[in-house]
Design a protein. Structure first.
Length: 275
């Protein structure tokens, strides 16, 4: 009985140490372009404070429509602190509101492309020990966040070396009345050119040289975004842009993304290690 009790105490102490050593902070960062503070979850690996001379790659994780800065760690993948330690990465989960991560052409108060790909990345690189180059920076997300990750990566190849999308809304045009997109682009009927310009699939071929951006795209075979992901895959093939394309059984659910992020972090780790 004493042996079992001692083992339990040792186990609980080890668990407490592991969880407490993996730092998870919620911080507010000022966005000068939007004149407001935005919340972000920052997750550091266990050895971050100990290894003062080490710099770490950063993965930016974007939430979906209706989500917020803590959706990733509360709903999508609660194991993120453990994964940060396992892979030796810093995770940054910004609040993107329902913006689709655009700088809205019709609402000057919504500038989330500027926030994430300028203001936030600058802050993270100045305040944390990061590999402050595309070789140490990746971005991914689910649903609206999958669209956002590819939108930002295609338009800013000087910032991101790797990008992913999970169940991403990679072509918005088939959904003109959904998910508040018209609040940020105007109605499709009155602004078709703006919608054409602000959909991910029309960013191809993107500005980065072929093969420079490491890409991974993941979507469930029963997802309502499956067809647009398939079309993106075919267009990437047409332009001979290297990418990993994963289709697995599943739909538009947190359980699917909880599994998908494990594949994508493995992919990003291989990218970071290859440079």
């Amino acid at each position: 009985m004493k042996i079992k009790f001692s083992f339990l105490v040792l186990f609980l102490c080890t668990l407490f140490y592991t969880l407490s050593a993996q730092k998870v902070d919620t911080i507010r960062i000022l966005s000068p372009s939007m004149k407001k503070e935005i919340k972000n979850v920052i997750i550091l690996p266990q050895d971050y404070e100990k290894n003062k001379k080490q710099s770490y790659p950063v993965v930016y994780l974007l939430h979906g429509h209706g989500g917020r800065y803590d959706s990733w760690i509360k709903e999508t993948q609660p194991r993120l602190p453990e994964l940060a330690t396992e892979w030796g990465m810093i995770f940054v989960c910004p609040d993107g509101s329902n913006s689709w991560y655009w700088d809205s052409p019709v609402d000057s108060s919504s500038r989330y492309e500027t926030y994430i790909s300028q203001e936030l990345t600058d802050y993270i690189d100045k305040n944390y020990r990061t590999i402050a180059s595309p070789k140490g920076r990746a971005i991914t997300g689910y649903s609206m966040g999958g669209h956002g990750a590819l939108w930002l990566a295609f338009r800013h190849p000087d910032l991101y070396g790797a990008a992913g999308s999970m169940s991403g809304g990679v072509d918005i045009r088939p959904f003109p009345h959904s998910w508040h997109m018209k609040d940020y682009l105007g109605s499709y009927e009155k602004n078709p050119e703006i919608w054409e310009q602000h959909t991910v699939i029309n960013q191809l071929p993107y500005k980065a040289p072929t093969g420079q951006l490491a890409l991974i795209i993941d979507c469930g075979s029963s997802d309502f975004f499956y067809e647009v992901n398939q079309r993106l895959h075919e267009k990437l093939l047409y332009y001979r842009i290297p990418h990993d394309y994963i289709i697995r059984p599943g739909s538009h659910t947190f359980s699917y993304w909880k599994n998908a992020i494990e594949y994508q972090l493995l992919y990003f780790n291989k990218y970071f290690k290859s440079l």
